[in-house]
Design a protein around this ligand. Structure first.
Ligand code: BGC
Length: 408
């Protein structure tokens, strides 16, 4: 064989080999990370996967909170056209597709990566079902944060973080007096409900939260007081709120057009993406005060059973990459959340993440809503709260509506 032919054959084999590998490692990923901060964060995953020789095929489905994306993921998985991997929140959202036998488990990857040891105990409970790992956890978010623009508050004469609801309402009044919108709210059901749950915690702490969502008991003065406090916020919200996306509400705070936003720490990803620094340009505190419970929010990726050749290997590579220490740090720095591994160095994190790290150390984690309620009950509960926010319904009537939603 001539030298030329030998080279040509080698090149051809190499290309075939590469193509084979690339084909085996081609991964379609469905997620709902479409805001500026979210997109910057998932690019860390895509870049790491590409660097490891894989082909990342991004399928974002817009819609904060992910309801739209989850519908696509579940329909495609049940319909036999699953992606290689897909995003869910912690909790019961992927329970059904596990029961249907539609997910591959990650027990090999978990054993190799020592997940039993490196994951916080409560997180293990979210991703390990009947003794098998069915999802890779990628972050820890807390939904009960309050964000603010430091310059706006300074101008209004608010000199310290409100430590309780009375101080929060007083600060909102001060911002209102300067003519700036006090509270940036995206008027969509899931955002109204995050705001409500923060007020619930601010009103009655961990006990009221768990009484409501774990015991499904809204009797007594606590819950009624919480809905009244929630409705009090209405006078601090601008008329442009209905339908507004969460990241546009964060943008109002970033731009000094609003004082506060009550939102999970994915909002911090927007501040970071706009080159704003925690403690300098913006501040953060938890709705429940310094020792607030920290609700387990955040994201996992699941790996649907897939007919494509080599997909099980591809899925293992993806899971390993997502939870690897360097990727965890790079991804979470942009996402606004904290890494899910307990064995990475978190000493350099900003003042907001540091509060999260402290909450984990002090074991202040509490189950998130998606863990405590089935998707149906959660939906009915959230509809009742949104109806109350958007109508003249009385506090007594919403308490009754919520009580029957919880009985579903
Ligand atoms: C997810 C976050 C995401 C947020 C807004 C939450 O359900 O946990 O990762 O940034 O929705 O889209």
């Amino acid at each position: 064989m001539s030298i030329l032919k030998k080279h040509a054959l080698a090149a051809c084999l190499a290309t075939m080999g590469l193509m084979g590998a690339a084909h085996a490692q081609k991964a379609e990923v469905i997620h709902w990370w479409t805001s500026g901060g979210e997109a910057a964060a998932i690019k860390e995953f895509a870049a790491a996967y590409t660097k490891a020789g894989g082909t990342w095929v991004d399928t974002p489905v817009a819609g904060g909170g992910g309801a739209q994306a989850r519908t696509v993921i579940i329909n495609r998985t049940i319909g036999g056209d699953p992606p290689m991997t897909a995003q869910f929140n912690y909790g019961k959202q992927y329970e059904e597709i596990i029961k249907e036998g539609l997910l591959n488990n990650l027990d090999d990857v978990a054993a190799k990566g020592n997940w039993d040891k490196i994951l916080p105990e409560k997180i293990k409970g979210q991703v390990k079902v009947n003794g098998h790992y069915y999802a890779v956890p990628v972050n820890l978010h807390n939904e009960n944060w309050i964000w603010y623009n430091k310059a706006v508050l300074a101008k209004a004469g608010v000199t310290k973080d409100p430590a309780n609801l009375d101080e929060f309402f007083a600060a909102l009044d001060k911002v209102k007096a300067t003519g700036v919108t006090p509270l940036a709210l995206g008027g969509q059901g899931w955002q109204e409900n995050i705001t409500f749950r923060s007020i619930l915690i601010a009103t009655g702490g961990r006990d009221l939260y768990l009484k409501t969502f774990k015991n499904k008991d809204v009797s007594g003065p606590g819950f009624k007081k919480a809905v009244e406090n929630f409705k009090k916020l209405k006078s601090y919200v601008d008329p442009g709120s209905p339908g507004r996306d969460w990241n546009l509400a964060t943008g109002m705070v970033i731009d000094g057009k609003a004082g506060f936003q009550m939102m999970g720490d994915w909002a911090k990803g927007e501040f970071i993406n706009a080159n704003k620094a925690a403690g300098k340009d913006f501040g953060c505190f938890m709705a429940g005060g310094a020792n607030s419970p920290y609700s387990i929010g955040g994201d996992v990726f699941v790996f649907p059973r897939n007919k494509a050749a080599g997909s099980a290997e591809t899925q293992k590579k993806l899971a390993e990459m997502m939870i690897s220490p360097a990727v965890q740090v790079a991804f979470n720095n942009k996402k606004g959340s904290i890494p899910i591994r307990t064995d990475v160095d978190l000493s350099g994190v900003d003042i907001c993440a540091a509060q999260g790290v402290k909450a984990v150390k002090e074991n202040r984690l509490i189950e998130g809503i998606d863990d405590l309620l089935s998707p149906d009950v959660k939906g009915a509960f959230e509809d009742a709260i949104s109806k109350y926010w958007n109508s003249a319904q009385s506090a007594d009537d919403v308490v009754k509506a919520v009580a029957s939603a919880l009985k579903l």
